[in-house]
Design a protein around this ligand. Structure first.
Ligand code: ADP
Ligand code: MG
Length: 558
């Protein structure tokens, strides 16, 4: 026991901070904590570079709490975080580590909540202020003195703050603080813009860098699946059948895609929700809470909305859309395998993206092995296994509680116990396919092994073709035309004539300019003139059909 806490005890933290850390159950400081804590305690400016999940919050929170004066009731430390979620996470961490420090108060300051109470809490002497830059600047406009007593400044996820366009706000904030303050900057990457900020606003900073591909990556099993772009939903549904996950986060590139996929999953009975920057802040927070406590099992997110999310239940990360660069891949998969747990990362790769897969393998220094789409037999086995697992624990004492009822029902109905059990099973499984032929009929997407990924047969594509489910060859593109996609489809009540009408009207086109229109369940494809396409799409930017935004985009077929 003493040996376990030795690591933290050796760090010279304030005794009350040390006591709180031990109470959290942390055994050893992480690499970034070992290196950063002494530097920050000594009062140096610092640049810390480490990937997600390495324990950066405690790396700055513990030394800062050790250095503030609880008797002084004024803001002493300011932590800037890119989003409200992260600000709240950091504030909660500070509260945990300050549990044994009476008189220390933490206030989180972010947009979307009333300003009055926030400003009041700051003036009432919260020593730790955790804020998003935008809202903090609003406060500065009301009271330019709010930050005049800050002695420690931390920029958490600095690269992300710049990506979100907070550069100008940061400059305003820097100016509002005493120059004698200590400044600590944490960032996963150090692009030029970050170095420029460090140059300008940090004094003689010490550099602390934890190399990537540490524990986070090694604790995660990574695999990829080759798939065509328009089969992704079907592939995700199929994979989920066989993956044994507790909670899963899926990454897509666009806000619309978060909504589309989350809806498809919900329709299949999964407890799923979307997480993107358009969703109101408090709703986003609810989504994360629900994922934590099990009311949700799947969240489909964009990179920015999920940045820094820390939900220990997450066992799986699914890269439904390829990340833009290897760094974001490492960030994404860092959502699982947190703090020593193991996790699994799945990556869907379309043929055009093979090169990116190689880059990811090179950067992470690991092979990302290939898996095939599970076939009907595997899906069936997985379903039966789930059923077995859910029933097995009930068998032990069900007869005692329900045996008599069973006797009475079989007598009343005049059937065998086997017949009754079968009826109950049918009811309990809600008509889910549980024989091989049924599953095969139910799952028309043929895995790479037989039909090859060329076969287009996303289940939901054609509501009008129930029984006959004909095989659809890719439709060849008309000459001089480009294919464009909208997320509006049959399920939005859209028909081809609605699309045609809207595009003709607002695009100033002649009927013959518009080629084939294919309306599917969850999206539609429209052929438009290749020439001047960008201008046309610009013109149609705000077009709505059936009350919903059309958002036509060029569609690349793989
Ligand atoms: P980062 O900011 O680098 O992404 P966090 O500070 O959010 O990482 O920490 C990731 C997770 O690891 C959190 O759940 C945190 O409670 C946990 N953690 C941090 N330090 C330790 C430690 N020394 N031992 C065990 N768990 C830790
Ligand atoms: Mg963090």
């Amino acid at each position: 026991m003493t040996q376990e806490i030795g690591g933290f005890a050796a760090l010279d933290l304030h005794p009350n901070v040390l006591a709180a850390v031990i109470a959290t159950g942390y055994e050893e400081p992480s690499a970034i904590q070992i290196q950063a804590i002494p530097v920050i305690l000594a009062g140096h400016d610092m640049i810390g570079q480490a990937q997600t999940g390495t324990g950066k919050t405690a790396a700055f929170a513990l030394p800062i709490l050790s250095r503030i004066d609880p008797a002084k009731r004024q803001p002493q430390a300011l932590i800037l975080a890119p989003t409200r979620e992260l600000a709240l996470q950091v504030a909660t961490a500070f509260e945990t580590y300050a549990k044994q420090m009476p008189g220390v108060n933490v206030i989180a300051v972010y947009g979307g909540a009333p300003m009055g109470p926030q400003l009041k809490a700051i003036r009432n002497g919260a020593q730790i202020v955790v804020a998003t830059p935008g809202r903090l600047v609003d406060h500065l406009r009301r009271d330019e003195k709010v930050l005049s007593t800050i002695q420690h400044l931390v920029l958490d996820e600095a690269d992300e703050m710049l990506k979100l366009g907070f550069m100008d706000d940061l400059e305003v904030i820097f100016k509002a603080m005493p120059e004698s303050r200590q400044t600590v900057l944490f960032s996963a990457t150090l692009p030029h813009s970050i170095r420029a900020i460090a140059e300008k606003h940090l004094r003689d900073p010490k550099h602390v860098k934890i190399e990537t591909k540490t524990q986070t990556v090694t604790a995660i099993e990574q695999v990829h699946l080759m798939v065509h772009a328009d089969q992704k939903h079907a592939a995700v549904l199929r994979l989920l059948e066989v993956e044994e996950f507790d909670a899963l986060i899926g990454f897509v590139r666009t806000k619309q895609a978060t909504l589309d996929l989350a809806a498809a999953l919900e329709a299949k009975g999964y407890k799923a929700a979307a997480l993107n920057g358009d969703i109101a802040q408090n709703q986003r927070e609810r989504v994360i809470e629900s994922l934590k406590d099990g009311r949700l099992d799947i969240v489909i997110a964009t990179d920015v909305a999920a940045r820094g999310l820390d939900v220990p239940r997450i066992t799986h990360v699914m890269n439904v859309d390829m990340p833009y660069d290897p760094e974001s891949y490492v960030h994404r998969i860092g959502r699982t395998g947190r703090a020593g747990r193991t996790g699994r990362a799945l990556l869907l790769v379309t043929p055009r993206e093979r090169r990116m897969l190689q880059v990811i393998e090179r950067v992470t220094g690991q092979k990302v092995g290939e898996v095939k789409l599970p076939d009907a037999k595997q899906v069936l086995d997985a379903r039966i296994k789930k059923l077995t697992n859910s029933l097995a624990p009930l068998v032990a004492d069900a007869e005692a509680s329900h045996g008599e009822l069973l006797d009475r029902l079989t007598a009343d109905i005049g059937c065998s116990p086997r017949a009754l059990a079968a009826a109950l099973l049918r009811k309990a499984t809600n008509g889910q396919a549980l024989t091989l032929t049924e599953v095969e009929r139910d799952q028309p997407l043929v895995p790479g092994s037989s039909g090859g990924p060329r076969e287009r047969s996303e289940r939901t594509e054609r509501p009008d073709r129930e029984g006959s489910r004909e095989r659809r060859a890719p439709v060849p593109l008309s000459e001089g035309k480009a294919r464009c996609r909208t997320a509006l489809g049959a399920r939005d009540g859209i028909a081809a004539k609605n699309l045609l009408g809207a595009i003709l009207n607002e695009g100033d086109l002649a009927r013959e300019d518009i080629g084939r229109i294919q309306v599917r369940e969850s999206f539609s494809l429209v052929e438009l003139p290749e020439e001047g396409l960008d201008r046309l799409l610009g013109k149609l930017k705000d077009t709505r059909v059936g009350g919903k935004p059309l958002k036509l985009r060029r569609y690349r077929e793989d």
